[in-house]
Ligand binder design. Structure first.
Ligand code: DLL
Length: 433
């Protein structure tokens, strides 16, 4: 079902007009209410009146995570603090957290965005949505929650963790949709297999998965193990949270709610805009946000866009699957490697579980590339030659995709720590040398 047909199926000309109007308004607001934006625009020699259509967006300077840290916590507020009704934060890996403030309208618009996603997944008020993203400062839990309420569905605010209880509630309350990270979905699938609860006792049909990169192969794995249809949901704290983008039933890219969040693709090195179909860094401008609007925010996510009309009837622009973030990309012996590529390969090998951990180091001036890979129970063996054969097979399969050969360490089933939120899959020891 299309939740908001008048927007989701809007013709391109009208969408551009709407985006242009909203851009003018947000630029006016940040220029007058937010000193850092004003100063940056002045440095770039741009005034609000220079922004007339959405195409003028390229005249505006970029913003980044660093700006949010530099002006922590309230330096980028565009309204008075008392208009802020809720905050969320993302911890990041270093330094100060990034705190985002939302007004009442911001929360309503975010819920609208999320509800469009749920409707596209075929959910409605009769559904029971188990929200197993973490609640709290992370946007996942409360974001997925508010979208469910707005849809009129029954929401179970489980949060992440307590896996046994998750399965119990799933069965007893008849959850029809599960919202969590793909890695936690895999963990829940595993726990279900061990629990003895027959899958037929569950009513689960839809997965609402995001917050971390995941591959087509991982989708197949989860769908097979949970007997559901798994959909992508995309979002980020700085722009609002889950619901910035979603897949429709055709699963041919992730539609972006571009009336609220305007996307661009730029060259990650030069910042120059790139055309449809070319992969680059995703940049967002929030078109309706009141509390902390973001202008040309550099996400570090790598993807491409297409404006071709989708079979579902929506005209909303689509982005391709996110391979990873520029800052997740490992450069090993000069070769670019994304953990998601390793995941994709492992999902295709019948002997292994898609649980792995990459360790990269530099020893005697050479990069090392080690991967712990979990072997399935029935293939795990004490026979050295058997494990050696498997080790070689996995290493070759990965090399054929990423271009360099890893050193594979086969580990026993259940050895690698399971994730309840975003999976941590890499230890790059070179960073500390
Ligand atoms: O992860 C918001 C979210 C929660 C999205 C629940 C979807 C579901 P952050 O913690 O700020 O916010 O992390 C944002 O996570 O820039 C991407 O790198 C990554 N990410 C989010 N969704 C996807 C996705 C939330 N569907 C960062 N596919 C983003 C790939 C994703 N990566």
């Amino acid at each position: 079902m299309i939740w908001n047909k008048s927007i989701e199926c809007l013709d391109r000309e009208s969408m551009c007009k709407l985006q242009g109007e909203r851009l003018r308004s947000v630029v006016e607001r940040v220029y007058h209410n937010c000193a850092p934006y004003r100063e940056r625009m002045q440095q770039a020699g741009v005034l609000p009146e220079d922004i007339r259509t959405i195409d003028d967006i390229v005249k505006l300077p970029f913003s980044s995570k660093q700006d949010l840290r530099d002006y922590y916590p309230w330096g980028l507020l565009a309204v008075s603090r008392s208009e802020i009704v809720k905050i969320h934060a993302s911890s990041g890996t270093t330094g100060k957290p990034i705190v985002m403030g939302y007004t009442r309208n911001d929360i309503a618009n975010w819920a609208e965005a999320g509800t469009r996603c749920y409707a596209a997944y075929g959910l409605n008020k009769d559904d029971v949505i188990q929200v197993s993203y973490g609640y709290g400062l992370f946007t996942g839990g409360l974001g997925a929650h508010d979208a469910g309420l707005n849809l009129g569905a029954t929401v179970i605010p489980m949060s992440a963790g307590n896996t046994e209880k998750q399965l119990l509630m799933m069965r007893d309350l008849g959850s029809t949709a599960l919202a969590c990270t793909p890695s936690y979905a895999l963990y829940l699938a595993e726990a279900l297999e061990k629990s003895g609860i027959p899958r037929e006792e569950l009513k689960l049909k839809v997965g609402i998965f995001g917050a971390e990169p995941w591959t087509e192969e991982m989708r197949k794995e989860i769908q097979f193990r949970l007997g559901i249809k798994a959909y992508d949901i995309y979002g980020l704290t700085e722009i609002s949270g889950p619901g910035v983008g979603f897949e429709c039933e055709h699963q041919n890219g992730t539609h972006l709610n571009e009336d609220l969040f305007f996307p661009e693709i730029v060259d990650p090195k030069t910042g120059e805009p790139l055309p449809d179909g070319v992969e680059g860094e995703l940049v967002f401008t929030t078109l309706s946000k009141e509390g902390m609007p973001m202008i040309r925010f550099r996400t570090h996510d790598l993807t491409s866009l297409t404006h071709e009309k989708c079979e579902c009837g929506r005209t909303l622009v689509r982005m391709s699957r996110i391979l990873g973030r520029t800052d997740d990309m490992l450069i090993i012996r000069g070769v670019n490697v994304f953990p998601s590529q390793v995941e994709a390969v492992l999902c295709t090998l019948e002997e292994v579980e898609p649980h792995f951990f990459i360790t990269v180091d530099r020893i005697n001036n050479t990069d090392t590339f080690d991967i712990d890979v979990e072997i399935k129970e029935k293939f795990y063996s004490d026979v050295m030659s058997e494990m050696e054969r498997l080790r070689k097979k996995i290493a070759h399969a990965i090399q054929s995709v990423v271009g360099i050969q890893p050193n594979i360490k086969p580990v026993a089933p259940g050895t690698i720590e399971r994730s309840q939120g975003k999976a941590k899959r890499v230890n790059d020891k070179r960073k500390f040398k």
